[in-house]
Write a new protein. Structure first.
Lengths: 607, 210
């Protein structure tokens, strides 16, 4: 009798649920209400907290419900992502100079200011502002970058303004710190902005210890020059095969990077040249900027249940995950496109999540929607590679070409199908089925039919060649990434910003091997200043597909118990640079080292 | 109304309050809760603990509120070589901070084995390491100490790792409660680097020495 009753209740529950979906609220409407996950489950009470399994823990990440696909993706094509505009040098007082000027937080002279005199000057102001991330949440008190000097009084945007830079056109950015002392719960109003991964002199690189304080400014000189310009065989222009395309900038304040970037201090920096022109009628014929060339910054966030305000889990060591997925600062936005080819510049802005990006049509879940990867970490590949998905760890970038012509009149989604249940890394590298992951961006192919003069990647166009790797390194070094009961280590030592671990000799080649000494965490390793090429991953040559590992990179996705060997050329500039884990929680907890490029290097093999 | 429709209506009406909230109340915020209170409520339970001097204190009210602090976990019988080194390293930090410890910086070390580490045991431990005034060793009920450890994030996602007490002894948290500035560094970082990190908590007048 009792068993019958239980069975009957279960059956009623099951039918009820089916009817909710079948009846008045369509699956699509329920998405919009935030009541249904893309996997078809009613929204779980608990979010995707790293520590949600701990019995006595409060829900660290359990954001209020928000509707998906109601706000437009901010893009540079309509100004919703502002494009940086230069100011006359007279707007900067005192005038920029080689040596630090009055009011400047910089303490080191510019080393290339006279070699590459700035042709354009920018002001950018870091300050607090109110920003909307969703119509269902209150305005957020974020920190961001505003176009221009403080007196121009422009609002901040998150992400910050997009820089449109060109090789051969050096620029100077005067970066003002107008942040408030009161941080609203997290963030340190003391900043240093890293241009990831410019070929930038050390004093302009945004080194973690080169931070400047409220009321100060810092002049950053970006030569926009190709690596190799100072030595043969590439002097004086540098090696065209070292050309970079998609960079980003973000705060790098030692011990507070994760908080400050989470709070909004990040943006894009596109670097064009005579081949990657932004004009599909010239050069490599890549889609026109900005109409068909759109940067996308992916970042997962938590919002406090009571206040609805952005919340940062201050006390977590593994890495932190959010249960709300933003693209260019909006939760699950919408993009309208025309039926033609687009270039998207994807960036995983962290703090700890890995993604595996698919193009999903919810009405054709069995379809394999292929697209073209044209770059790794913002550096064009020798040729486009056709893929079904792309994996990104924190700070990794991928430029892609997607042709929306076959999807005319339809709606598709960028979907992350990689399972990750805590901040350590992907969980067993499990990939969810189509439509069961995180729908990040809705793309509606309802724009007018327009011409498409961009290159068809299927015709196998060629871009830059890869620099030669058959060179003898001056020194081979090994770096072991491990933990020590709460302190993240490289070669069993912690970060010390005041002392270099080792000296790289200027204009030489080095071979570095990264070893992940542990089965638990994945570490996305970032080397400042120079792109590397991967020689071996776990003893094997790097793969072309499906997870593209060839090409020039500045991020090495170091999986659990894995090792990887890379080749780097350190050229042109001198000074201190960091190498670190870009899971920003690990980075802030000492998984970082300082190396200096000097006229005379050392040969420490395990520094 | 047939049976199926009635069930559908019931199901939908159950969802309606959430739907209405999501659609019509864009600002669902509770403005009366400050970010400082959010942090306090999530991380700083106001538990009663006992100091190595035998004094009863409340974790938030007496130890954290309005203060610049360092927080770490340890236990006196730790056989992992790093725990004693961490305590010894923090003694060097205390010496470098001089009389600021106890005046505007307060150091707290919490035991992971409260069953063993009574106030008397903690007092002997502090004395053996030459710990000066302003640095307090604390114990409490096992349940409270475990709650405190988890709240303060001295915990790991991996349950096997999390069960190892020594795995919680490597981190030194540092913070300024009223300014809501919190970060952490390895307890075995160079003492000079830890002292420099502490200097970043001092708010707007903080300027880095060149």
């Amino acid at each position: 009798m009792l068993i019958q009753r239980v069975n009957r209740l279960a059956e009623i529950a099951r039918r009820n649920r089916q009817e909710i979906i079948a009846a008045a609220l369509s699956r699509r409407e329920m998405f919009k209400l935030g009541l249904l996950t893309s996997a078809g489950y009613l929204v779980a009470k608990k979010g995707l907290s790293a520590r949600v399994s701990s019995a006595d823990d409060s829900d660290v990440c359990s954001s209020p419900p928000t509707r998906a696909f109601v706000e437009l993706l901010p893009t540079p094509r309509d100004g919703t992502m502002p494009i940086q505009t230069p100011v006359p040098v007279s707007a900067l007082s005192p005038a920029p100079a080689v040596n630090p000027v009055a009011g400047e937080g910089r303490k080191i002279p510019h080393q290339a200011f006279t070699t590459f005199p700035p042709q354009k000057y920018y002001g950018v102001t870091q300050k607090a502002g109110q920003v909307s991330v969703s119509p269902d949440l209150p305005p957020q008190n974020l920190w961001g970058f505003a176009v221009g000097t403080p007196s121009m009084n422009h609002p901040i945007s998150v992400p910050g303004p997009l820089y449109v830079a060109h090789y051969g056109e050096p620029v100077l950015v005067r970066n003002f710190n107008q942040l408030p002392t009161a941080n609203g719960g997290f963030g340190k109003p003391s900043v240093t902005t890293h241009l990831h991964n410019g070929h930038t002199p050390s004093e302009s690189d945004g080194n973690p210890i080169d931070f400047f304080e409220i009321g100060q400014f810092y002049d950053q000189h970006y030569p926009n020059v190709l690596a190799g310009f100072s030595t043969q065989p590439f002097a004086p222009t540098g090696d065209i095969n070292e050309a970079m395309s998609s960079l980003w900038y973000h705060d790098h304040r030692v011990d507070f990077t994760s908080q400050n970037v989470y709070k909004g201090l990040a943006g894009f920096y596109n670097l064009f040249n005579q081949f990657d022109t932004g004009d599909e009628g010239t050069g490599f014929h890549l889609p026109n900027f900005p109409q068909f060339d759109i940067p996308m910054m992916f970042a997962d966030k938590c919002f406090d249940r009571r206040t609805g305000l952005l919340f940062f889990d201050l006390f977590n060591l593994d890495g932190i995950l959010g249960d709300k997925f933003t693209v260019n600062g909006k939760i699950q936005p919408v993009l309208h496109v025309s039926p033609r080819r687009y270039r998207f510049r994807w960036l995983d802005a962290g703090p700890s999540r890995f993604y595996q990006m698919f193009l999903t049509d919810l009405n054709h879940l069995s379809a394999h929607n292929l697209f073209w990867q044209i770059s790794t970490d913002g550096n064009l590949l020798p040729n486009p590679i056709q893929v079904e998905s792309i994996r990104l760890s924190v700070a990794e970038r991928a430029d892609v070409i997607i042709d929306f012509k076959p999807f005319a009149g339809r709606t598709v989604y960028l979907e992350n199908r990689l399972v990750q249940t805590d901040g350590r890394g992907p969980t067993d590298h499990e990939i969810r089925g189509a439509g069961q992951g995180n729908l990040l961006l809705q793309i509606i192919v309802d724009g007018p039919t327009v011409g498409d003069g961009s290159v068809d990647p299927a015709t196998h166009p060629t871009f830059y060649s890869l620099p030669a790797t058959n060179v003898t390194p001056r020194v081979k070094r090994t770096f072991v990434f491990s933990d020590s009961g709460g302190g993240w280590q490289i070669n069993e030592r912690f970060f010390d910003g005041n002392n270099p671990r080792f000296l790289v000799q200027q204009n030489t080649v080095e071979q570095w091997t990264f070893v992940n000494d542990g089965g638990e965490w994945e570490h996305p390793i970032h080397v400042h200043f120079e792109e590397f090429q991967t020689l071996r991953i776990n003893g094997q040559a790097p793969a072309t597909s499906p997870l593209v590992q060839i090409g020039r990179k500045d991020m090495l996705r170091l999986e659990a118990d894995a090792s990887a060997t890379v080749l780097l050329r350190f050229r042109d500039f001198l000074g201190k640079y960091p190498m670190h884990c870009h899971n920003t929680i690990h980075e802030d907890h000492a998984m970082m080292l300082r190396f200096d490029v000097a006229t005379l290097g050392d040969t420490k093999q395990n520094p | 109304m047939n049976d199926m429709t009635r069930r559908t209506c019931l199901a939908l009406s159950a969802l309606a309050p959430i739907a209405v909230a999501a659609l019509t109340q864009p600002s669902r915020s509770d403005d009366s809760v400050s970010s400082r209170e959010v942090i306090r409520d999530r991380y700083f339970p106001n538990l009663v603990l006992t100091t190595h001097e035998g004094r009863k204190v409340r974790f938030y009210d007496d130890l954290i509120k309005d203060k610049i602090v360092t927080l770490n976990f340890f236990y006196t019988q730790c056989e992992d070589g790093r725990c004693p080194m961490a305590t010894a390293n923090l003694v060097r930090v205390q010496k470098l901070l001089k009389d600021r410890v106890g005046r505007d910086i307060f150091m707290y070390s919490f035991t992971l084995t409260p069953e063993h580490d009574t106030p008397a045991v903690l007092k002997r431990y502090a004395k053996a390491y030459g710990v000066g005034p302003g640095w307090t060793f604390l114990t409490g009920t096992p349940g409270d100490m475990e709650q405190l450890r988890r709240k303060l994030g001295f915990s790991w996602a991996n349950p096997i790792r999390d069960a190892r007490k020594a795995s919680h002894t490597g981190t030194l948290r540092y913070g300024n409660e009223p300014l809501q500035l919190w970060s952490a560094c390895p307890a075995l970082s160079k003492p000079e680097w830890i002292v420099e990190s502490m200097s970043w908590l001092e708010g707007p007048k903080d300027q880095r020495a060149s």
